[in-house]
Design a protein around this ligand. Structure first.
Ligand code: MLT
Length: 271
């Protein structure tokens, strides 16, 4: 994927994979990254461009070396950046996809600017806001970040992010996730934690979604387990659920071929 940026008062950075000229253009697919990773986590999905999709993977504010980006306060700031990016690139609407925190951003965009949403992909995510225990965990993470920087956050999170199959047999995936996390300045990580802590509950919003929707989850995801995804699917009219075997929370990185197959099937037949 190629690294690009546009300026709309501030800098908006993103990765892009364009469809080959020989293939009929199908539209734009936006993939929003998880925490504490960055847009490069979507590199295994660049092959979806071969099916005619222009694939855009935005770097959320400050991530992946964006130390000079404006600090973020809320999920709505991230969603506003996506709208500015789509406007700046003259994209009228897109299939919006997000994994985990990327799903929170996607749901914020559905709430703020539904006319941009042609289809939805909600991977390893949940509509609920943080619980009181979850908020305590976030406060502990902010302290860990203060004390040990991004490496401490990555080390704490890694065992939960990856499924048992990946942990047992694919050390290169763990190394990649750590590398992606360490590329992020502490300010970006702190901003995302604050934005996640302040995010509203989006459960009621789901009944207003009427576009084609794919929910994806790794069968070994313990952060947002399959039961959460089944509940999410049931709340969106006509939504489909794809369970990715042998994957944990980072299903697109852990089982890219199965993830891409599910996504390509959805894009080909439902959108
Ligand atoms: C993520 O993968 O984006 C995080 O697990 C989201 C969260 O901590 O709520």
């Amino acid at each position: 994927m190629n690294a690009r940026e546009i300026r709309v008062g501030r800098r908006l950075r993103y990765l892009e994979a364009e469809p080959p000229a020989s293939v009929r253009a199908r539209g734009t697919l936006v993939l929003v990254h998880a925490f504490p990773l960055n847009a490069r986590m979507w590199e295994p999905q660049q092959s979806l461009a071969d099916g005619g999709w222009r694939v855009l993977a935005p770097q959320l504010r400050g991530f992946d070396g964006g130390a000079n980006d404006t600090p973020v306060a809320t999920m709505d700031d991230y969603a506003g950046d996506l709208v500015d990016l789509l406007d700046g690139l003259h994209v009228k609407d897109a299939v919006l996809g997000g994994l985990s925190m990327g799903g929170y951003v996607t749901l914020a965009l559905v709430r703020l600017a539904p006319r941009y949403v042609r289809g939805l992909v909600l991977a390893d995510t949940r509509p609920q806001a943080d619980t009181p225990e979850g908020l305590d965990g976030r406060r502990r993470m902010l302290k860990r970040l203060d004390d040990g920087g991004p490496a401490a956050v990555a080390d704490d999170m890694l065992p939960n992010l990856l499924g048992a199959t990946t942990r047992a047999g694919r050390p290169e995936v763990a190394a990649r996730v750590r590398e992606l996390a360490l590329a992020n300045p502490p300010e970006a990580i702190a901003g995302a934690i604050a934005a996640m802590m302040a995010r509203p509950d989006s459960t009621a919003l789901l009944a207003t979604v009427h576009c084609p929707t794919l929910v994806v989850v790794g069968d070994e995801d313990t952060v947002t387990p399959p039961s959460v995804s089944e509940d999410l699917r049931a709340r969106i009219a006509g939504a489909e659920l794809a369970v990715i075997r042998g994957a944990g929370h980072l299903s697109n990185l852990e089982q890219p071929a199965l993830f891409n197959q599910a996504l390509a099937g959805f894009l080909g037949h439902r959108v």
